[in-house]
Ligand binder design. Structure first.
Ligand code: CP
Length: 329
């Protein structure tokens, strides 16, 4: 149990040790239990979190904002087009000024090649913790909630569970790489064997795939990349099929959407779920493109835990906030 997380940035789980991440889960489960019992836990009274959203959000905004309310503090939603960022104010000045007012800054910035750089620049100049609410490379809060959900369903020991992460065909818009990248980085560190399936044009950032291999090697787990949808599902305990863009291959939106449409059979349906173990769970960070990447029968079916997963965003993020904004120096 780590007791000195006050002031820490959370940009990627890769920069947090297993011990530190276990502390987050431990606090998250405690806060969830207290919440269920109606226990008030206002550990952040009088504290303010600034949330800068360059991109749209349902879960992230509302779980952070509600989480701060439940912790006795306040979250302020900031849209760059209503800030002086829109007139070119630097990350340095934004970071310094917000650090003089409040206790933490959270940022969502998913623009490919820009988001992570901006989050890191703010973190460099901020004197308060900076939390990544999703960038072009990582989505740490989503993956913390995912692992918390897996623990709830399978128990404390997750070693040897098979996780299938599969690309799916959702041709309405280009989604970032941050969810699958964060999954393949963190899950092998907690003992899961990961099979990542995507069509050739949908590879992830080479450095992230390589780091995932190293993480799996160090943890004594398996990490494999395949180009066959069904392989991610065969005998899987957990499946997380979701769409992402061919961003490493092309950043041209028209070309990207055409590539997505090239693989219409990469859909999570009851046939695919029948390949998994009987007790398997279906997860998705949401929003899901119902009727395209996943059928209603699956997302509303007996394997689906998507609403538990979305709820756990609240609890696990509250744990991150309590530990980084509150806690001990
Ligand atoms: N999963 C997730 O981050 O959802 P939002 O985009 O709605 O925040």
């Amino acid at each position: 149990m780590q007791t000195k997380l006050k002031g820490r940035d959370l940009i990627t789980t890769q920069e947090w040790s297993i011990d530190e991440l276990e502390t987050v889960f431990s606090v998250a489960f405690q806060l969830k239990r207290e919440h269920a019992m109606g226990v008030r836990h206002q550990y952040l009274q009088g504290q303010t979190l600034y949330m800068i959203f360059f991109d749209s959000s349902t879960r992230t905004r509302n779980s952070f904002e509600t989480g701060m309310t439940q912790l006795g503090g306040h979250a302020i939603f900031l849209s760059p087009d209503k800030m002086q960022i829109s007139h070119g104010e630097s990350a340095k000045d934004t970071a310094n000024v917000l650090s003089r007012y409040g206790e933490a800054i959270a940022i969502r910035h998913c623009a490919y090649g820009e988001g992570n750089r901006y989050v890191r620049e703010v973190a460099q100049y901020a004197s308060v913790p900076v939390i990544n609410m999703q960038c072009d490379v990582y989505h740490p809060c989503q993956i913390l909630a995912d692992y918390m959900t897996i623990r709830e369903k399978f128990g404390q020991n997750t070693r040897g569970l098979k996780l299938g992460v599969a690309w799916t065909c959702a041709p309405n818009y280009i989604r970032p790489l941050s969810v699958p990248q964060s999954l393949i980085l963190m899950m092998p560190r907690f003992g899961l064997d990961v099979t990542l399936a995507y069509p050739p044009e949908f590879r992830l950032m080479p450095a992230i795939e390589e780091q995932a291999r190293l993480n799996a090697r160090d943890a004594g787990t398996k990490f494999e990349i395949v180009h066959d949808f069904d392989e991610a599902f065969c005998d899987a305990d957990v499946v997380i099929p979701k769409s992402w863009g061919p961003l490493v291959y092309t950043q041209d939106t028209k070309e990207g959407l055409a590539l997505i449409e090239k693989y219409p059979s990469w859909v999570c349906d009851e046939r695919a779920m029948a390949l998994t173990k009987k007790h398997s769970i279906y997860m998705h960070p949401l929003p899901a493109d119902r009727g395209k990447e996943v059928t209603d029968a699956v997302i509303d079916g007996p394997h689906s835990v998507v609403y538990d997963e979305a709820e756990n965003r609240l609890h696990v993020q509250k744990a991150v906030l309590v530990l980084t904004m509150g806690g001990r120096l």
